[in-house]
Design a binder for this molecule. Structure first.
Ligand SMILES: [Zn+2]
Length: 334
């Protein structure tokens, strides 16, 4: 399965990715990138603190913001706009230039809500640039993400990686490394990313990507406010290979024929879903254990692939898993 991965030590070279501004901004590879390559490392463009939003509004925003937050019953959106106004003009333009993904309904919904508010409270019509407010809030809600609570839970937007579209067959993955929101983007597809190819990530948990089309569409729509996925995989009604068939009742003393069947099924899964997944790495590891005695060279290959796959998908979170795999590999070699 996995071709030899690119070296991904140290910071990525500059300019591996570019933003295509022709229509809706998209993220593309400026050059061919190998499996596992570190394509981008970036800090958030915008950061909206979550732990004390009220304090942030009263200390950093114009006075009217705290009053509006009460009137609107919405600290969150005013916090986003206050953080936006604190950016330099250049960064404000970058954020506005990120635009909205095709099919987004958020801007219209915001504008309607604001119009309704201003009908009830016309005295506030000059309090803000409401059009800009609606646009900024829409972009941040569509493009932005929440950092995990152990990393402060800030609402953040990244200039480049947040332009990557969703795909059910993603070719990249992002990982947040530290509390200040430093994020890395790595190549996930076994074949790498070709020059000029669009960079895609999954907006939904990996388990959903293993579901057949109807269940997957329903799950994505539930998680992403009615989002209808139009990725290449969803446009074809894909025949779903079943990873559980590889892992079901997987024991250490399986017959050779059974092991070979499972290896074959795993290859089919890799062909249908040609990108690294933590669940595939787990299955690979367990299958490798069962193969150690009867099929040592297959076991070695499975361990090596599981190692790369875990390292790329889980990054720092996978450190313990990769050290387990490494140990098995060393024992096989002795
Ligand atoms: Zn899809």
């Amino acid at each position: 399965m996995a071709p030899v991965r690119a070296s991904c030590n140290g910071p990525p070279e500059k300019g591996l990715l570019r933003v295509d501004l022709t229509s809706v901004p998209t993220l593309r590879a400026s050059t061919a990138l190998g499996f596992g390559a570190l394509a981008l490392r970036e800090e958030p463009l915008l950061r909206v603190p979550q732990d004390n939003l009220k304090g942030f509004l009263s200390s950093s925003a114009p006075e009217i913001f705290a009053e509006l937050a009460v009137r609107l019953g919405d600290e969150q959106r005013l916090g986003v706009f206050a953080a936006f106004l604190l950016l330099s003009e250049g960064k404000q333009q970058v954020l506005l230039g990120m635009g909205l993904p095709p099919g987004s309904q958020v801007l219209e919904a915001n504008e309607k809500a604001i119009a309704a508010f201003l009908r009830d409270f016309p005295t506030y019509s000059g309090a803000l640039d409401w059009q800009l407010f609606a646009r900024v809030v829409a972009i941040v809600s569509e493009r932005g993400t929440r950092l995990p609570s152990e990393q402060g839970g800030c609402h953040v937007v990244y200039e480049h990686s947040d332009l990557a579209s969703h795909s059910c067959c993603p070719n990249a993955v992002v990982e947040t490394l530290s509390d200040d929101g430093l994020r890395e983007l790595r190549v996930l597809s076994y074949e790498g990313i070709a020059e000029n190819e669009e960079v895609t990530v999954s907006y939904v948990p990996e388990e959903l990507l293993l579901q057949p089309l109807p269940d997957r569409s329903r799950g994505i729509s539930e998680l992403r406010q009615g989002y209808l996925c139009r990725c290449p995989r969803c446009k074809l009604s894909d025949e779903m290979p079943n990873l559980t068939e590889v892992s079901k009742d997987l024991k250490l003393d399986l017959a050779l024929e059974d092991l070979q069947q499972r290896l074959h099924k795993l290859k089919q899964v890799d062909v249908a879903l040609p990108f690294a997944m933590a669940s595939k790495a787990r299955v690979r590891f367990r299958l490798a254990q069962a193969c150690e005695r009867p099929l040592p060279s297959e076991a070695k290959k499975l361990y090596e692939d599981a190692f790369d796959e875990t390292d790329i998908v889980l990054g720092q979170k996978g450190l313990r898993n990769v050290s387990n795999i490494k140990r098995r590999l060393e024992q096989l070699d002795t």
